[in-house]
Design a protein around this ligand. Structure first.
Ligand code: A2P
Ligand code: 11C
Length: 330
């Protein structure tokens, strides 16, 4: 099967190539695409060199699937061109996520809704994905009423320039180009993406709106504070969940222990809990610090960590592509 990766030179794009390789995705030909300035350069995949081509050449090559990670603007203009040519697009950007005619997919939760007619499929925001894979099995059992989440997000979520800013500051170069409005090393920014009229950031509203769409329940209330911290391994989240029904903590462990793609790391006595350093490079979502909120009934506290470039982006997109292939939807 021919697969195009649009944005193949970016942070997420390179992770997509790694994940496709590691999971042995049935590729007969890789078609890497990037901006005009990268056409003709090489990327390595499975030990072979591939030349980056323009989007026009990629469409002409007729891949079955194109995985996009080249920003919202590029997706808005190019995804329809691929779709019109009969190529199924799995898009990592926020461009199509809340479009009612497009599916927003986390395979463990709602891939069963996909059909051959879905030509542009949206991959959710990283901080949303790692939260919903944990929330969904709990919602099915106890019904979730409200979620209060605070995030601690890696600079890799912003892209390569942000990683460069962090390391330049750490090396003492305060004049390095800045993508954040303030220093990020030795700092914490309660600011991810742009501020909206309601005082929340776009990242915060993504967590609220995307959660309802993926979990197919508009009644789940989600309020978020999203924060950038100087780390690179993954995003962390402190999550407070109020259920409709009373729960047994033992059952919570059992449900999460069986949840697809979720790994429990919860042994505080031995200092075992999820961390970005240990989640880095992994495809799973890690959950720990599982405990009852003692301030009110039917409420649970959790700590969730995942590599935002993996399950938060590349892995989830590749899993969608795998589902399409396995179910003969492309
Ligand atoms: P390029 O390397 O040529 O700029 P990141 O989010 O890490 O900055 O990566 C963004 C990715 O999107 C890069 O691979 C970048 O390619 C690619 N990209 C940006 N604009 C376009 C475009 N108009 N068409 C195709 N790919 C693009
Ligand atoms: C961040 N969550 O960590 C963002 C990155 O909507 O896909 C991903 C933005 C998106 O900055």
């Amino acid at each position: 099967m021919k697969i195009a990766v649009v944005g193949a030179t970016g942070l997420v794009g390179s992770e997509i190539l790694k994940v496709l390789e590691e999971r042995n995705f049935p590729i007969t030909e890789l078609i890497p695409v990037a901006s005009e300035r990268s056409v003709g350069k090489q990327v390595t995949f499975k030990g072979k060199q591939y030349t980056i081509v323009s989007f026009e050449d990629a469409i002409a090559a007729k891949p079955a699937i194109a995985i996009f990670s080249a920003g919202g603007g590029t997706s808005l203009s190019l995804a329809p061109k691929f779709a019109e040519a009969g190529i199924t697009v799995v898009d990592n950007s926020s461009a199509w996520r809340m479009d009612p005619t497009k599916k927003l997919v986390v395979p463990e939760i709602n891939a069963f809704t996909l059909t051959k007619e879905d030509k542009i499929i949206a991959n959710p925001n990283c901080s949303t994905i790692q939260m919903v894979v944990v929330l969904n099995p709990l919602h099915k059992r106890y019904g979730i009423k409200r979620v209060v989440v605070s995030t601690y997000q890696s600079v890799t979520g912003t892209g390569k320039a942000a990683v460069d800013q962090l390391f330049a500051e750490r090396a003492g170069n305060q004049d390095a180009p800045k993508v954040y409005p303030h220093p990020i090393d030795l700092n914490v920014l309660p600011h991810i993406d742009v501020f909206l009229d309601n005082g929340y950031t776009k990242e915060e509203m993504k967590m609220t709106n995307e959660t309802k769409k993926i979990m197919m329940d508009d009644n789940i209330a989600v309020t978020a504070t999203t924060v950038r911290i100087p780390t690179i391994g993954g995003h962390s989240e402190a999550v407070n969940i109020e259920f409709e029904n009373e729960f047994d903590l033992k059952d919570i462990y059992e449900i999460l222990g069986q949840a697809e793609g979720v790994v429990i790391q919860d042994d505080p006595q031995n200092k075992v809990y999820p961390m970005p350093l240990t989640a880095h490079g992994k495809d799973e979502t890690f959950v720990g610090r599982i405990r009852r909120d003692e301030s009110q009934p039917k409420t649970l506290n959790l700590w969730i960590v995942a590599d935002n470039l993996r399950k938060g982006a590349a892995t989830n997109a590749v899993q969608i592509a795998e589902y399409l292939v396995k179910n003969e939807l492309v």
